[in-house]
Design a protein around this ligand. Structure first.
Ligand SMILES: Cc1ncc(C[n+]2csc(CCOP(=O)(O)OP(=O)(O)O)c2C)c(N)n1
Ligand SMILES: [Mg+2]
Length: 341
């Protein structure tokens, strides 16, 4: 293990945060990584069906969000949502049960991988229509401002979604009304099999904020420290009533777009280069080098994460499927719709 960690970073890194924060990041990332690695195996066993988009490699974003946001803040994102849902506090049991289509899932087994949700924990999905949540996120921020809270809405989308027209109308309104929304583009360089270079002349996606005079910056999102610092700054800006902020988190997904992606659009070398920047290895190394953790403690944390996910799988296995009458609950129903009268 130490070899792979040593590869991750050649130079000794000074700790910029407390032991508590590094431990929180490592613990969360280990749990998310284990959750997703198990998901891909369970998919092969047909325990999980339908869509499955994994965020393996992108975990530093979920970690940095957990150390900055408070419970009342709201997160809305696209379909690659497992890590960010766990970061916001949805239990791995409820997440796994959702993937199994069970009634105990966070969306009562009716949403699946793309539609994790928790009103109580401020996680408003999980959305499958690319870019749709950009407008919804601004709407949520509008509601918070209207209610007079100082909560922020973190509205996340991919590099592919950044090319959707809704971004421009939303940015225009969000800036005009100074809404407390932090737009985060998780730029993992691909939208399915299409690279960022093939979708636009503008490769620095954060610069799309310039047209609306929205504060914006690019962030190395393979590092928890950078995610935390940039988000903290953006949140302070938003809470102070100064309006939106746009962060482009440069990241990478090690797995394919979805579970059925042959990944012919990228090279092995490119993938390996990013694996060397792995956020989990990076945090482990910083902690080891600065005597914040021992190899034995890392092993114990890894074991605990594996145990937690094992229990989550058992919980999902043991849970019942939704009953047939659940088909008609939680759905939009228009009483005077012609076919119903
Ligand atoms: C409006 C719309 N168009 C197309 C699709 C099909 N589609 C699903 S995911 C995806 C790629 C989006 O990539 P990106 O925004 O970079 O997110 P990532 O998968 O990298 O997290 C596309 C085109 C869709 N779901 N919705
Ligand atoms: Mg992408």
């Amino acid at each position: 293990m130490i070899n792979s960690i040593a590869m991750a970073k050649a130079v000794k890194s000074k700790p910029k945060f407390s032991k508590k924060t590094y431990t929180q990041w490592l613990d969360l990332m280990l749990r998310i990584r284990e959750f997703e690695l198990r998901c891909s195996i369970l998919y092969g066993q047909q325990k999980i069906r339908g869509f499955l988009h994994l965020c393996i490699g992108q975990e530093a974003i979920s970690a940095g969000m957990a150390s900055v946001l408070r419970k009342e803040d709201i997160v809305i994102t696209a379909y690659r949502d497992h890590g960010n849902a766990i970061s916001k506090g949805i239990s791995t049991k409820e997440c796994m049960a959702e993937l199994f289509g069970k009634a105990t899932g966070c969306t009562k087994g009716k949403g699946g991988s793309m539609h994790f949700f928790s009103k109580e924990l401020g996680f408003y999905g999980g959305h499958g229509i690319v870019g749709a949540q950009i407008g919804l996120g601004a709407g949520i921020a509008f509601a918070e401002k209207y209610k007079g809270t100082d909560n922020v809405c973190v509205c996340m989308f991919g590099d592919g979604a950044a090319r959707q027209g809704i971004l421009h109308e939303t940015y225009n309104m969000a800036m005009t009304w100074k809404l407390p929304v932090i737009f985060i583009c998780e730029n993992n360089y691909y939208a399915m099999g299409t690279s960022v270079e093939r979708t636009s002349n503008v490769l620095d996606i954060h610069k799309l904020g310039l047209g609306y005079e929205m504060p914006n910056e690019a962030v190395n999102a393979m590092k928890c420290e950078d995610v935390h610092n940039s988000l903290k700054k953006a949140v302070a800006h938003c809470r102070a009533g100064k309006g939106p902020y746009f962060l482009e988190f440069k990241t990478y997904r090690y797995q394919g777009h979805s579970i059925s992606d042959p990944q012919k659009y990228r090279t092995r070398e490119e993938l390996d280069a990013y694996r060397k920047k792995d956020p989990i290895a990076d945090v482990k190394l910083t902690m080891l080098e600065n005597d914040m953790i021992t190899e034995e403690e890392i092993k114990a944390m890894t074991k605990a994460a594996k145990q937690e996910i094992k229990e989550a799988i058992q919980f999902a296995e043991d849970s019942p499927y939704p009953s047939a009458d659940e088909l008609y609950t939680d759905n939009y129903l228009q009483e005077d719709y012609p076919f119903l009268t």
